[in-house]
Design a binder for this molecule. Structure first.
Ligand code: 13P
Ligand code: SF4
Length: 328
């Protein structure tokens, strides 16, 4: 037994995770930004919208969520009867941190004639204070259903909000949050990389700032970018999002070449999400064995947050990926 981790020495972690998954009647959901070994053992790998749908539909008793806390909270909000475990409870998100509920509430109260559209990367409390939740793969489709004269607050991601404003010509009040991972891409280094690979398209997540998305041939959610990698012209793609998604691209189209867009120092380590990286095989094994750390939520908060999530699921209904932000 390893005294620090409590994990018996020499065990086959993958085999033990598979055994516990069966024993617990658990489903393992993994985001595209997880380490390859976690993606490969997940029952389902997807973007935020797809994972929310899976969490709402599954008949498993336990959801082991390999992603970040707001994603596991979403699973609990949609499936309260299930045990939802997150391998590391410290797996947060800079967007969530940028939007404290009390300040968001005050902002809403200062703009009573606005509805609040919130990116799913926020706390359950902020979801409860919002009218409709969106993900990057559902935002455009949902915005198109809101009357043009309706005033809107969009939070917490100012880059996704700004991109939607520019693309759809909608004037929205933006909360000033950013994703520290997508904020770290360097325009100078991206232009150098483009010069080294003439003609290679760039795919970017809309959490990137304008000086990055302005160079992109395709802008969309993680699932949208993955789809683009399969259908794009040419054999090389520059990928401006968290680089672990490249694992799925290499599996889908091994003959193509995928290059992560660089950060300011010319290498892309600063673009690995430090929160997503907290989940490990060891912690997943312990979470399935001990059914801890577990997401718990007060019922009043859950019901309030569920309203805005349900509205998203209704408004985004249709094929997964449909309504994605798409090619510029
Ligand atoms: P999507 O997977 O919905 O594109 O979201 C990306 C992200 O940053 C999740 O935190
Ligand atoms: Fe949050 Fe950015 Fe990490 Fe996604 S990549 S979880 S938005 S910090």
């Amino acid at each position: 037994m390893n005294a620090i981790t409590g994990i018996p020495q020499g065990i086959d972690l993958r085999a033990e995770i598979d055994r516990l998954r069966k024993e617990r009647n658990a489903v393992i959901l993994g985001h595209y930004y997880q380490k390859p070994e976690i993606q490969d053992l997940s029952d389902f790998v997807g973007d935020s919208l797809e994972l929310s749908r899976k969490a709402a539909e599954t008949d498993a008793d336990v959801i082991a969520f390999c992603g970040v806390r707001f994603m596991a909270e979403t699973a609990k909000i949609l499936s309260p009867e299930k045990i939802v475990v997150l391998p590391d409870m410290d797996a947060g998100c800079s967007l969530e941190d940028s939007c404290p509920p009390a300040q968001f509430k005050a902002f809403r109260e200062a703009h009573p004639d606005h509805i609040a559209l919130s990116y799913i990367n926020c706390s359950a409390e902020v979801k409860a204070l919002s009218d409709i939740i969106v993900t990057s793969s559902s935002a455009e489709k949902i915005l198109a259903q809101i009357p043009k004269d309706q005033k809107i607050i969009f939070g917490p991601d100012k880059h996704l909000g700004g991109y939607l404003k520019r693309k759809l010509g909608r004037d929205m009040l933006l909360w000033p949050g950013v994703c520290i991972v997508h904020e770290a891409f360097s325009e100078t280094e991206l232009l150098k990389l483009k010069a080294q690979h003439p003609g290679a398209p760039v795919a970017a997540h809309p959490e990137c700032p304008p000086h990055i998305v302005d160079h992109a041939d395709y802008i969309g959610s993680t699932s949208g970018i993955l789809e683009f990698s399969k259908t794009m012209p040419g054999d090389t793609l520059i990928v401006a999002t968290e680089p672990h998604i490249i694992h799925q691209m290499q599996k889908a189209v091994p003959e193509k070449n995928f290059i992560g867009a660089p950060g300011a120092d010319g290498n892309c380590n600063c673009n690995i999400c430090p929160y997503m990286a907290l989940n490990t095989m060891e912690k997943l094994y312990l979470a399935l064995r001990d059914l801890q750390p577990r997401i718990e939520m007060e019922e009043g908060l859950r019901l309030a947050a569920k309203k805005s999530l349900d509205r998203m699921l209704e408004m985004a209904s249709g094929t997964v990926g449909q309504g994605d932000l798409g090619t510029r």
